[in-house]
Design a protein around this ligand. Structure first.
Ligand SMILES: [Zn+2]
Length: 122
């Protein structure tokens, strides 16, 4: 078997496997820190993906509340609707993006809350 020599040979298979293994090791180290799920890190900070999902939950609640206010303003008695199904919003806007729990709606007061742990104040 003839071996190529010098720079023209480029990467051989062993070198390619070593590079891929190093990249895989780096990805395995970094990705759990980046994704982070909904758990907290030791320093109390959350990963960017979890923080983004928190923001989506706040945005969903804002959309639901705005729709409720709009419907209540159009109602002759000014009452909020009896349930969230009548809002005409997509199903994914009516539940928490992290836990998938449907938002809790109190028709008497017109209040909407997320029941996911840590989202009660949104
Ligand atoms: Zn939530």
């Amino acid at each position: 078997m003839a071996r190529r020599s010098g720079r023209e040979a480029g990467l051989n298979l062993i070198e390619l496997v070593v590079v891929i293994a190093i990249l895989a090791a780096i990805a395995a180290f970094v990705m759990p820190r980046y994704l982070q799920g909904s758990s907290k890190r030791a320093d109390g900070q959350r990963g960017p993906v979890a923080a983004a999902r928190d923001t989506v939950c706040k945005s969903n609640l804002s959309q639901v509340r705005t729709s409720l206010q709009t419907l209540a303003a159009g109602d002759p008695d000014g009452r909020p609707p009896s349930d969230l199904a009548g809002l005409g919003l997509p199903a994914e806007v009516q539940r928490c993006p992290i836990g998938g729990e449907p938002y809790r709606y109190d028709a008497a007061s017109g209040r909407v809350q997320c029941v996911h742990p840590g989202h009660e104040a949104y």
